[in-house]
Write a protein that binds this ligand. Structure first.
Ligand SMILES: NC(=O)c1ccc[n+]([C@@H]2O[C@H](COP(=O)([O-])OP(=O)(O)OC[C@H]3O[C@@H](n4cnc5c(N)ncnc54)[C@H](O)[C@@H]3O)[C@@H](O)[C@H]2O)c1
Length: 354
């Protein structure tokens, strides 16, 4: 769909969603005409600060009445699927926060709704949308690492439970803990660099130790895992280890690493000093010599996920970070949680087309 007028955009959920508003406002061919939060205080504060006229406390009323072309959903996870489906049914393009849903069943329903409505469904896998990540993708596409057959993708926090007692630590609202919250970013980054291979089997474990103790001391709800890990096998023979925690006894405050090993080389993207500072390296062997190259991303200019969403609508092309990729992520997360619960390997009978 090619459009000539400015895209009219709305945002639901104005904590993380405040960043969405700013991201959309930075696009020259879009305007944020309405925002929605069920909390009137948050709604007024964000709308006033960012100068948005349309204000709603009920998303469905915004979808029906604000004259929108597109909307982003940044509520707690439980509302991602119902609100995305309702918006798509109103003919709106949707950018949905990660994780796209509580589970793969909901994720599939969202993709079906997007297909029925012939509208875009993009997932906000924001860690992909950086110059560094794009430069790594370029290395992979240029063949620097060959075929990737093993990887490890990790996000641990020594102590870092988000909103203890709020939506993140309540399984009814979040669907899971650090795996579905943080692991989802690292999983998407690894899968994207690997070309989103087809998962065939998963085993996993989930732990409920430190988080419950921390929450009990504060009489806060904590019904999710505090650490989960999984081993994912793909149809192309590759294996990926996934790890995520909000509370684990390690050295660093935050430990993020995505390491991928290929037939011709390897790469790593990791944080430095326990902080949100990142570096990336590529490892190769040439004529019997081993080389470690610090990745140079200075010439790369990745779009923000908000820009990519709007650009894809304007160009009438599929976005990067599609709902189908989000579904694959949810299937892997579901598999890890199920394997942790049953103690058995989970196999995927039907391939997912991406
Ligand atoms: N991509 C990223 O890097 C990133 C970063 C942070 C959060 N997130 C995701 O964004 C989502 C929101 O996270 P958060 O930290 O802002 O959560 P939060 O719970 O702090 O805030 C959610 C906001 O949504 C509002 N809300 C809740 N239900 C609503 C509904 N049905 N209709 C309208 N408003 C509603 C709440 O009043 C609140 O202001 C989560 O899914 C989270 O995983 C993504």
């Amino acid at each position: 769909m090619a459009v000539s007028k400015k895209l009219r955009v709305g945002v639901v959920g104005l904590r993380m969603g405040k960043n969405h508003v700013k991201g959309f406002q930075a696009h020259p061919e879009a305007e944020v005409v309405a925002v929605c939060d069920q909390n009137p205080t948050v709604l007024a504060a964000v709308a006033d600060e960012l100068g948005v006229k349309g204000r709603y406390t009920q998303p469905e009323l915004m979808f029906a009445n604000a004259g929108l072309d597109a909307v982003s959903i940044a509520t707690p996870n439980k509302f991602h699927a119902p609100l995305s489906i309702a918006a798509l049914a109103q003919g709106l393009h949707v950018l949905c926060e990660k994780p796209m849903a509580m589970n793969a069943v909901e994720a599939r329903q969202m993709n079906d709704a997007a297909q029925r409505a012939e509208r875009t469904l993009m997932i906000n896998f924001s860690y992909r949308f950086s110059d560094m990540s794009y430069a790594l993708k370029q290395q992979v596409e240029a063949g620097a690492v060959g075929d990737i057959y093993f990887g490890r993708t990790v996000w641990h926090r020594r102590r870092g439970i988000p909103g203890l007692g709020g939506s993140f630590t309540n399984v009814e609202l979040a669907g899971g803990g650090p795996l579905i919250d943080l692991g989802v970013h690292r999983l998407d980054l690894a899968l994207w660099l690997m070309g989103y291979p087809q998962p065939v089997a998963v085993t996993g474990s989930a732990y409920h130790t430190l988080g419950r103790e921390i929450a009990a001391a504060k009489e806060a709800t904590f019904t999710v895992e505090d650490l989960a890990c999984g081993l994912v096998k793909f149809a192309n023979g590759a294996t990926l280890v996934v790890e995520a925690s909000w509370a684990v006894n390690i050295d660093e405050r935050e430990h993020m690493v995505t390491q991928l090993c290929g037939t011709r080389g390897g790469l790593v993207q990791k944080n430095l000093g326990g902080e949100y500072r990142f570096t990336a390296e590529v490892y190769t062997e040439e004529s019997g010599h081993l080389f470690t190259k610090k990745l140079d991303w200075s010439t790369v200019a990745a779009p923000t996920s908000y820009r990519e969403f709007l650009d894809s609508i304007i160009a009438g092309r599929p976005p990067l970070a599609t709902g189908e990729e989000g579904l694959k992520v949810m299937q892997i997360l579901d598999g890890i949680y199920e394997s942790a619960r049953t103690g058995s390997e989970v196999r995927y009978p039907a391939p997912v087309a991406v």
